[in-house]
Design a protein around this ligand. Structure first.
Ligand code: AMP
Length: 242
């Protein structure tokens, strides 16, 4: 699902969602996505696209990342924590600076920006759109276990589930060094960094309440094959399991 609002002649991203589901679940999920688009904290959508496709290849199985949390008291502390931890993942200061420039610019994309982890170069071909991770889901048994795990942590929401599933698919690719995510919803101030090594590491106070800016950044190896990576992120079906 992709929802936007047109202001003057500019299309502003409101919300997006994707998943792999059984045929019997389609109408329930469509309804869920429709409600999300129509009642969004970024504003009401005036254009909503749905696309449904029969997936014919067997999805790759990928393990869920471990879930961790950090609770900085301010946005400064949160950014400091992010810098320190991404530098430990061999990401340069320039690349992290470039990532925050994109997030702070307020030019909300519907996809993620791809940045080389050393030189900090922007590598995704369409910088207005970014790269949209799609064709991802979780098997039913794992979803039950994940619900229990998240309920114990008191964070069992669709938003958290969708983020962990996405982060797990992304981190699984060998060319991915780490991911940084700041929600563009003004009422959601918990973001995360993620990688095979970091796990899915949630960070509170990543931005101020009311701030509409946000974004997703994938830091990748300098010698990555970009088109192969984008094919994996956008088109390769992945099912997460615990
Ligand atoms: P959200 O956490 O849903 O508020 O999304 C934060 C940002 O992540 C959005 O502004 C998009 O730039 C990006 N984003 C959201 N969903 C995806 C996706 N499926 N693939 C890539 N980037 C995404």
């Amino acid at each position: 699902m992709r929802a936007s609002q047109t202001i003057d002649i500019k299309e502003i991203h409101i919300s997006g969602a994707e998943g792999i589901y059984d045929k019997e679940e389609i109408s329930k999920v469509l309804n869920l996505y429709l409600n999300r688009a129509l009642n969004h904290s970024r504003g009401a959508a005036d254009k909503i696209y749905f696309s449904i496709e029969n997936i014919k290849t067997v999805p790759i199985k990928v393990k869920l990342l471990p879930i961790k949390s950090q609770f900085p008291n301010s946005t400064e502390e949160a950014r400091d924590f992010i810098f320190k931890n991404l530098i430990k993942q061999n990401i340069s200061k320039d690349a992290i600076g470039q990532a925050f420039n994109i997030i702070d610019s307020g030019k909300t994309m519907r996809g993620a920006a791809i940045i080389s982890a050393k030189k900090g170069l922007r590598l995704d071909p369409n910088t207005e759109r970014g790269v949209r991770v799609s064709r991802l889901g979780i098997d039913k048994d794992s979803l039950r276990k994940l619900n229990r795990r998240l309920s114990r942590l008191k964070i069992n929401t669709n938003r958290v589930k969708e983020a962990i599933i996405l982060a797990s698919k992304v981190a699984n690719h060998d060319d991915l060094v780490a991911e940084l995510c700041v929600s563009d919803d003004p009422d959601y101030t918990t973001g995360y960094i993620a990688s095979k090594e970091l796990g899915y590491l949630r960070i509170s106070n990543i931005k101020d309440f009311g701030d509409m800016r946000g974004g997703r950044i994938f830091f990748i190896k300098e010698d990555a094959n970009i088109s192969e990576l984008i094919e994996y992120l956008e088109r390769t079906p992945v099912l997460i399991s615990l």
